[in-house]
Design a protein around this ligand. Structure first.
Ligand SMILES: NC(=O)c1ccc[n+]([C@@H]2O[C@H](COP(=O)([O-])OP(=O)(O)OC[C@H]3O[C@@H](n4cnc5c(N)ncnc54)[C@H](OP(=O)(O)O)[C@@H]3O)[C@@H](O)[C@H]2O)c1
Length: 282
């Protein structure tokens, strides 16, 4: 495994296994398979509704807790200082652990300044090793940095050949925030795995287009997250540490960029309203 050094001296694994949209009743089995094929970093969130099932898998695997990097994220309706502390404790209970390796503010909505103060305090108490944010565009990220003592260790944002995020990544680097990429395959949208540019590069290295995409992330000094419920694909996605893309390959992939997310627009009013909707389960 390769790692990205964080601004607090800790290490973020270059590749994590994500559990978004994995059904509750399939999660424990999927995570056990992922751990079995060699993943040691699991990306979770309160709003994925499967923290407990991830916790069950970690317990059942009998892998020492300190050998697994566990991430979760605080949802919008749990924003604010007190609510974040309460929601974080529930996350710990669900994941059956007494600390997290990384805890992120999931979205820049609600009282996320209050949440960030809670994260800084939880980090000082040793309950979270590294703290950060997710889906913070440069303006939100820099405002948060300028108004707090601790620079977030990580910003997890959508990063795929369809939405390459070069400018945002540069700003993260400038401020010492590690860039972690979500949704590398854009969930398979618009035949991404058949894209001619990606196919050409994959043939050059005798790798799959999925492997080329993951390497494209890591070779930009970004940490990746991938998700599959299929064991063969889990293995394939992890088998990326024996090749590297060249600067020319990265240049060649640039024209695929659409410059915006194929999934979400954070300025869209309906999105803002939807993210703020109360949910009893959370
Ligand atoms: N912070 C955030 O707001 C945020 C948002 C979205 C996602 N994330 C994180 O990022 C992780 C990854 O993103 P994602 O789950 O949205 O989707 P993704 O990883 O871009 O794509 C997952 C899809 O790709 C397929 N797939 C996986 N490996 C493949 C391969 N080698 N060949 C062909 N198809 C393959 C999977 O199908 P099968 O399962 O059938 O193999 C699944 O349908 C999430 O699980 C989550 O942890 C974070």
């Amino acid at each position: 495994m390769e790692y990205i050094k964080l601004n607090n001296g800790e290490k973020l694994p270059a590749l994590s296994f994500g559990v978004y949209e994995i059904e509750k009743d399939e999660t424990t089995e999927a995570v056990l398979k992922a751990l079995n094929v060699g993943y040691r970093s699991i990306d979770n969130a309160q709003v994925y509704y499967n923290e407990k099932e991830v916790g069950d898998a970690v317990k059942q695997s009998e892998i020492p807790r300190e050998d697994i990097f566990l991430t979760s994220k605080n949802w919008v309706t749990n924003a604010g200082y007190d609510k974040t502390i309460k929601a974080f404790n529930k996350t710990l209970e669900n994941l059956q652990t007494d600390y997290l390796d990384l805890f992120l503010i999931h979205q820049p909505f609600g009282d996320y300044y209050g949440s960030y103060r809670a994260l800084q305090d939880l980090q000082k108490e040793g309950k979270i090793i590294s703290i950060g944010v997710s889906n913070f565009n440069p303006d939100r990220l820099v405002d948060l940095i300028l108004n707090n003592d601790i620079v977030p260790q990580v910003n997890q944002v959508e990063t795929t050949p369809y939405f390459q995020q070069f400018e945002a990544s540069e700003i993260m680097k400038e401020y010492g925030v590690a860039h972690q990429a979500w949704g590398p395959f854009s969930e398979g949208m618009d035949n991404i795995f058949e894209n001619p540019i990606l196919l050409k590069i994959s043939e050059k290295y005798s790798k799959s287009t999925a492997q080329v995409i993951l390497r494209w992330i890591i070779d930009r000094n970004i940490a990746g997250i991938c998700r599959s419920v299929k064991e063969e694909r889990m293995k394939q996605n992890l088998d990326i540490f024996d090749f590297k893309l060249s600067k020319e390959d990265i240049e060649e992939i640039k024209p695929i960029d659409r410059g915006e997310s194929p999934f979400v627009d954070y300025t869209d009013l309906e999105t803002v309203i939807e993210f703020n909707e109360e949910d009893e389960e959370l």
